[in-house]
Design a protein around this ligand. Sequence first.
Ligand code: DGI
Ligand code: FE
Ligand code: FE
Length: 190
Amino acid sequence: MKIDDIILQVKPQLTVERFEHTLRVRDTAAELAERYGEDKEKIELAAVCHDYAKYRPLDEMKRWIIQSTLPKDLLHYHHELWHGPVGAILTERELGIKDPGIQSAIHYHTTGRANMSKMEMIIFLADYIEPGRQFPGVQEVRDAAEEDLLKACWLTSRNTVRYLMKKNTLVYPDSFHAYNDLTRKINGGH
Ligand code: DGI
Ligand code: FE
Ligand code: FE
């Protein structure tokens, strides 16, 4: 299916604000794809679909987690973490997105994970730095994204883990795995 058709199907799933965020993530991800040599069409598809499941009712998302092969430990963490993994399933079923690289970029966009592919990193990063975001420290990440994909992903992951720990919230293991893996890769950290 063409990306314009996909966009038409994604739009009614989201609020106006979330849809605009989605288009900014697409544009940011497309720039990163160009800069770092990734397939732009696939990146744009992943970006357009990344928050597809964001507004599904919680009981529906819970059902998908229970019925699918998704990790059950998701149920013991904040429901905000469900829309990525469930989105990967629903975009395959409802939009016919079968590319495993795109699916995993959708799946892991919130937490990251160890050994992220370039596509996963670009979606993870673009979601964090799109021009509508105003997190503290985001400008430093935008600057890093101009020349160093790993460093920018590391900053994203570190900032997110820091932010969650400051709030005393649970941190999903993949968020820690992303942070540890990226720390090792950028400075051989111990
Ligand atoms: O869907 P978006 O709002 O565009 O962005 P997102 O999918 O990156 O993240 C949604 C929220 O999830 C964001 O407030 C940060 C939070 N988050 C990221 N990693 C974790 C997390 N929340 C918890 N509880 N644990 C995590 O590991
Ligand atoms: Fe999201
Ligand atoms: Fe998002």
